[in-house]
Design a protein around this ligand. Structure first.
Ligand code: SF4
Ligand code: SF4
Length: 442
């Protein structure tokens, strides 16, 4: 149900059923350590990693097992103590084959030894970037872009505002909500580190109005912290998308094809800010994360702290297993998540949730002809013409698809959500983008 407010927002977007109540009251608990973890060597946007271990090697929790000299990359670390069983190709959550390190977990799992005594006030901005790189931090809202790269904007683009995306605007997901309730003070420390890394005077935590308890907690934690504030946003999808969030909070418009640094902003997800705090204060690499296991097809929806590389099936079993006739398994939320054929894929750094829909909860309309209602145009937060992108893609008129905005589509799915003709606009937009990119290369 839509929640009408006077809170900050953007034009366009949709109000899908949020279904957050299934898991939002469930405190974060530790998931079991699986018998073996499957850790993809590259879990980020950028250059692939080289494997740094061999079969038979003993590894410890937090040990680096994959890395690259390339700047746009993010190292991967072992999430368990154990023995490397093999290095092999697996089908990743996108369906593409990826190289992964399989590690057999040791019977005893020692706690990660937290480094003590770090003086976060004394740490320099350069050091924060190094810490982010060493810890293999990436955007944990799903994009998985290496954090240290974002923290190094072009020299001519001064950043004055760090924005924390704590909207969690995807239906069903509640892990960021729980992090704010349970780790608000650490989150604010992470915001301060991000501000220091880019020299920003202002840090704004943007939270949707359906999480007022989190607003209270983070406001309390930010009291007396110069420049750190909390803003309440309207409950609307995709409020947490970078360009929408920047506009809602600052009134600045990121030009098409440009990055947030163009308007002096840096956007990071709440989970990433917290992971940065843990890396700086404890020396902890990103080898585990909080995610939500939820949906009508899960017996006990909850929020779990799980090891990267844990198979989805282990987490589903821990939550009591499937309920009813499983209809669809999605890694992430229903709007931008990745449908899975089965529960064998491992969770990765960018996995914010596992959603299980029952067969009766899925609206399986068959694609029909466009009825020219214009709903997709009204819903598009990028002010594109989704209906035209579809038509031109069908006709393979790539120049016209580009003129209709195909390259600016960030695949939020608002257009498909409102379309009475069940047109899968995102699939068409993806096809158009791939064809336009291929044409440019020729
Ligand atoms: S065209 Fe792209 S950006 Fe616009 S609503 Fe559709 S998916 Fe979102
Ligand atoms: S919402 Fe669907 S039916 Fe309506 S104009 Fe857009 S594509 Fe056509």
């Amino acid at each position: 149900m839509a929640i009408k407010t006077d809170h900050k927002t953007f034009k366009g977007g949709v109000h899908p059923p949020y279904n957050k109540e299934m898991a939002s009251s469930q405190p974060i608990k530790a998931a079991p350590v699986p018998a073996e973890v499957i850790i993809p060597l590259s879990q980020h946007i950028g250059a692939p990693n080289e494997v740094l271990v061999s079969p038979g090697d003993k590894v410890t929790v937090g040990q680096k097992i994959g890395g690259s000299e390339a700047f746009v990359s993010a190292a991967v670390h072992s999430s368990v103590a154990g023995t490397v069983k093999s290095i092999t190709e697996i089908t990743g959550f996108t369906g593409a084959m990826v190289k992964a390190v399989i590690i057999e977990s040791a019977p005893e799992q020692p706690e990660f030894e937290k480094k003590a005594g770090a003086d976060l006030d004394a740490v320099t901005g350069d050091r924060v970037r190094e810490i982010a790189r060493e810890a293999g931090l990436v955007g944990m809202g799903g994009a998985a872009f290496p954090t240290h790269v974002k923290l190094a904007p072009p020299q001519d683009k001064a950043i004055d505002t760090v924005i924390i995306n704590a909207c969690e605007c995807e239906p069903f997901l509640t892990c960021d909500h729980r992090l704010m309730l349970e780790r608000a003070s650490d989150l604010v420390s992470g915001v301060k580190l991000l501000m220091k890394a880019v020299g920003a005077k202002s840090g704004i935590v943007g939270i949707e109005a359906n999480k007022m308890d989190a607003v209270d907690e983070v406001r309390k934690a930010a009291e007396g912290e110069p420049g750190v504030s909390v803003e309440v946003l309207e409950v609307k999808y995709p409020e947490g998308a970078e360009k929408m969030l920047i506009y809602a909070l600052t009134g600045r418009k990121v030009p098409p094809g440009k990055l947030p640094s163009e308007v002096s902003c840096l956007v990071q997800n709440a989970g990433t800010a917290l992971a940065l705090y843990e890396a700086a204060a404890w020396g902890k690499p990103l080898y585990e994360r909080v995610l939500t296991i939820t949906g009508p097809g899960i017996k006990q929806p909850c929020n779990l702290l799980a090891k990267i590389g844990t198979p989805i099936s282990t987490l589903v079993d821990f939550c009591g297993g499937f309920r009813g006739e499983a209809g669809k398994l999605i890694l992430g939320g229903p709007m931008t998540g990745w449908a899975q054929k089965d529960a064998s894929a491992p969770i990765v750094k960018g996995t914010s949730g596992v959603l299980v829909l029952t067969a009766d909860a899925i609206d399986v309309g068959i694609e029909q002809e466009c009825v020219r209602c214009g709903k997709c145009v009204d819903a598009c937060p990028m002010f594109l013409l989704p209906n035209f992108i579809v038509q031109y893609t069908k006709r393979e008129e790539w120049d016209k698809a580009e003129m209709s905005g195909a390259l600016d589509c960030f695949e939020c799915g608002c257009c498909s959500f409102v379309c009475p003709a069940y047109i899968p606009h995102v699939s068409y937009a993806r096809e158009a983008k791939a064809e336009i990119a291929a044409l440019r290369k020729r």
